[in-house]
Ligand binder design. Sequence first.
Ligand code: AMP
Length: 283
Amino acid sequence: MKTCHTVKELRAALKVERLKDNSIVFVPTMGNLHDGHMSLIRRAKKEGKVIVASIFVNPMQFGDNEDIERYPRTLAEDQVLLLENGCHYLFAPDALEVYPDGKRSQTQIEVSGISNILCGASRPGHFIGVSTVVTKLFNIVQPDVAIFGSKDFQQLKVIENMVRDLSSNIKIIGEDIARAEDGLALSSRNGYLTPAERTIAPSIFESLLNAKEQIQLKEKTFEEISEQAQKKLEEIGFTRDYFEIRSQHSLQKPTKDEKNLVILVAAYLGKARLIDNLCITLN
Ligand code: AMP
């Protein structure tokens, strides 16, 4: 695996691959890689010939109140994992390489309608940072296919909408959520949990399973189900952010006849903000 730290280096390497007519599959990440990320790499292998991963802790998607410095950086370990899993190129630029004039003078991409709700409401500007950096990375890598995790369900929808709205010729694939044996979705942020918090954390997935059952029973309103779930999480030590039942397609409040739903949760546990989701199709 070749690691490139500059745009110039990566472009030169990928030009050679394109001349050989090799299809390029791209997996963007922020590093501190775990098996969730590797599930994307494994999927990438099925989708094309040359796998390019990126590791970039994007300052534009962190709010001023969010501690980007604290985000775990483990480049050497990440390189080993990527190599073992068959990645061909790693793009690992620094912030100056991506934002030579600083993040504040960067042209912004905002995907309308979906960027200011749910996580976007709790983290103002977050999705502008995500869609802007992903656009830049797409322009640098020029992949045929890009793989994202459905753990970040709203992020996946933002990218799908962005690619459609900007008429990009990139196939976006959403990969299933990789979970620990106890159900907790794998995440770099799980490292912020104390051992005691780690034992409580799987309750977030249990709250989704429970809400799914309640939805299927059709005895309570979605608002009642969500409120009950948040109260339960608070009782065991979480601080609420949101718990919402939405249309899987639009992420808006579902209409009465909506069959394809997604339950989305975000909650704080100690220093970690955990998110998870579960799709549900009604008959
Ligand atoms: P991150 O490094 O957290 O920005 O994540 C990079 C990519 O990996 C995103 O597309 C995430 O949705 C995906 N990802 C992170 N955790 C998981 C997981 N547990 N299962 C599947 N995909 C994941």
